[in-house]
Design a protein around this ligand. Structure first.
Ligand SMILES: *Cc1c(COP(=O)(O)O)cnc(C)c1O
Length: 382
């Protein structure tokens, strides 16, 4: 166990700001939970986060008895609009979470400066941004703590999994003692993961994508297989049983394998994104500005469409691996937003983006098929 995990830690630190010990967990969200707990977040506190995120992020805040306070996002970056940050800060605010949505960094220097002036901790949600950089420094460099996910579709995968990088010594010490309290993933969970690795490696291709995606989601929704989220995590704010779990050897081994391909995949993502961007620009469609490219690792390329249902149906027919990430401002929650203290009318940009977004794949060898598909459905793209 130790050998694989140590090796994995060592390989990961090549992409990170400091070669120090990382903390590994069953999922990225568990890493965030641990960071918040180590930072002393508790009942009565407020934690600021972007209004365009994954529901498991506010969940961790609520599990600890604190309140998530959202800030609307910026249309270009899909990240927190820094000009709206100051007005969200109260005397109860303890921390700010900023995100690398689709691989694009937040405006980290400005956020860090505001946080410092108000004595707030900063946490970077790097779940989309492992391997990328912001102003020349690796993602994870600018905040007190950062957490990463290695779930199926993240920059590289261990199936499920995640880790934390801590730059603040006080939090680091607390994380270390908390780390001893986690439980093991368990034999059964590890076995299921191994089966899923196999299925993914040998059966996932363009023509099976939609079928396998539906099957996986169906099985995990009914808790018949270990999914990315348990039902309870998207219907309630109660902490699931046996939540605080560590990382298994199977995950470390899978991670070591997939990490080898990362430099190649990162190049592929940037190149494909460049093609998509040129295409959209040429056709007068919404696209990502050139100035963002150097801080963007393009885990996905977001585009906006005006009839998403139709667009998805057409993509499935053309065997395009379209992604439906963040089609809700609290992905993948569809209703009951008030449970997460999310008032839809207060974050109009996040809601609008979530209404219109689809993600086109960047880790593919044949972007021509995607471009052809976009070309023939130009009328649906904003
Ligand atoms: C995937 C994701 C998470 C959670 O990661 P898990 O490993 O699934 O727990 C958190 N934040 C964002 C932005 C994500 O996309």
């Amino acid at each position: 166990m130790k050998k694989y995990l140590d090796n994995f830690n060592e390989q990961l630190t090549r992409y990170l700001p400091a070669s120090r010990q990382l903390f590994f967990y069953w999922k990225g969200r568990v890493a965030l939970y641990s960071i918040l707990k180590s930072a002393g977040i508790s009942s009565g506190d407020e934690v600021i986060l972007p209004a365009y995120t994954c529901v498991v992020v506010p969940n961790q805040i609520i599990y600890l008895g604190a309140k998530p306070v959202y800030v609307d996002v910026d249309r270009q970056t899909y990240n927190m609009d820094v000009s709206k940050l100051a007005e969200a800060i109260t005397e109860k605010t303890k921390a700010v979470i900023c995100q690398n949505t689709y691989g694009l960094s937040s405006n980290l220097e400005e956020i860090a400066a505001i946080a410092k002036a108000c004595k707030l901790l900063t946490i970077e949600d790097c779940c989309h941004g492992f391997g990328g950089t912001y102003k020349g420094k690796p993602n994870g460099s600018y905040c007190d703590a950062a957490f990463f996910s290695t779930q199926w579709n993240k920059p590289f995968s261990t199936g499920l999994g995640g880790f934390a990088l801590i730059n603040n010594q006080t939090i680091f010490d607390k994380m270390s003692s908390l780390y001893n309290q986690k439980s093991e993933p368990g034999f059964k969970a590890e076995l299921v993961l191994r089966v899923l690795y196999f299925v993914r490696r040998y059966f996932l291709c363009d023509s099976s994508y939609w079928l396998l995606l539906r099957l996986y989601r169906f099985l995990s929704r009914h808790n018949l297989i270990i999914g990315s989220s348990q039902g309870i995590e998207i219907t309630s704010t109660d902490i699931p049983d046996n939540f605080f779990r560590g990382f298994s050897t199977a995950q470390a081994r899978e991670g070591l394998k997939n990490l080898k391909e990362l430099p190649y995949v990162m190049e592929l993502r940037k190149n494909n994104a460049r093609h998509y961007n040129e295409f959209l620009m040429r056709n007068g469609k919404v696209h990502i500005k050139k100035e963002h490219f150097k801080n963007h690792s393009f885990l996905k390329y977001p585009i906006l469409v005006n009839d998403r249902k139709k667009f998805f149906a057409l993509a499935e027919k053309s065997k395009i691996r379209l992604g439906d990430w963040f089609i809700s401002p609290l992905h993948p929650v569809e209703s009951g937003f008030d449970k997460w203290y999310f008032e839809t009318d207060r974050y109009p940009i996040a809601v609008e983006l979530a209404d219109k977004v689809v993600n086109i794949p960047t880790d593919i060898k044949n972007p021509e098929n995607v471009l052809k598909f976009l070309e023939s459905n130009m009328g649906l793209i904003e």
